[in-house]
Design a protein around this ligand. Sequence first.
Ligand code: ATP
Length: 367
Amino acid sequence: MKIVLENLTKIFPSRNKKSGEEVVAVNNFNFTIPDGQLIGLLGPSGCGKSTTLYMISGLQKPTSGKIFFGEDDVTELSTENRGIGLVFQNYALYPHMTVKQNILFPLQNLKGEDKLSKEAMLERAYEAAKLVQIEELMDRKPSELSGGQQQRVAIARALVKMPRVLLLDEPLSNLDARLRLQTREEIRRIQKETKITTVFVTHDQEEAMSISDMIVVMKLGVVQQIGKPQEVYDSPANLFVAKFLGTPPINVFNGSVKDGKLYIGEDAVLDVPGVADQAVTVGIRPEGFQLDDHGAMKCKPTNVEVMGRDVSVVSTHEASVNPLVRSIINADNKVDLAAGVVRYTLKPHKVFLFNKDTEERILFEVK
Ligand code: ATP
């Protein structure tokens, strides 16, 4: 089921009547989510991710704009009639019911021609439980389950009605690091098996990048960029997106372009053909530095952190916007901290230029 968001806008009136400041939680969101894909809605707290999800679910009504499921305009349809499965951060299972009763619950409320026989309901419940691999836990109460297992029950409960659309709001936030990893892979597997169009809200860029077919990066209610995770990482539209994606984060410098060359501090560090002379903000991904005794980019190393196969060289540079510059290089390379300087050449496709005022990306030809 494809989902179309058309000029979707949500404005919350001011809580404080005197100040009159309304909040534009979502501002003119346009996107067609292709059938069967998993979309990650991503952004910092307050950027409008949850509000977007609630509008798709029908829990909140848009101020303006429309939502279509396939060709059906569902904008005015109630949540119950949209055919969606919803999973929240707090699993919200009924504590006095067993796992089986929790999963059966949405089916028992079906009315009219949707009503199922007892046998059919049980069959569906066991199918959903099998999909999330909790069949052997059906007679336990939620309090007798781990957080990861409880979240799986919540997903089974969302899937049992065979929804047209699955909506997940920070479903992994309450899990510890190991379970998060495991459960996110589970969600991906289940989504691939069921092929249900899924929208997944998270503030965790790594999580969104790892399981989504496409990500939507939002800031203050405005969509910044939509694309495949790797494409957005490799080609960010602006400084905000570049900074939001990637661990360790991108290094940001004040620079300038003169005669087709990029200067950081006094040094011409890269050819940037076709860019007009101007002051720029420069983003360099940690993996964009290459150790080179004759490299033009000079940093003062302070520390080398072992990361296994790679090492992270921590250094300083007078033109860096942040106190520290972080490069990632292969652990086979040796960095001499005592030398007081580490020199790099830069990988051009890992260097991004941004307009000083608008923070939009300035493209240059990578040879
Ligand atoms: P988080 O990750 O913290 O949940 P989010 O990206 O999901 O953030 P939303 O919950 O969608 O953000 O909120 C977007 C903006 O709308 C915020 O500024 C928030 O304060 C505001 N907002 C959300 N719900 C309401 C409401 N019911 N009344 C007024 N303002 C609201």
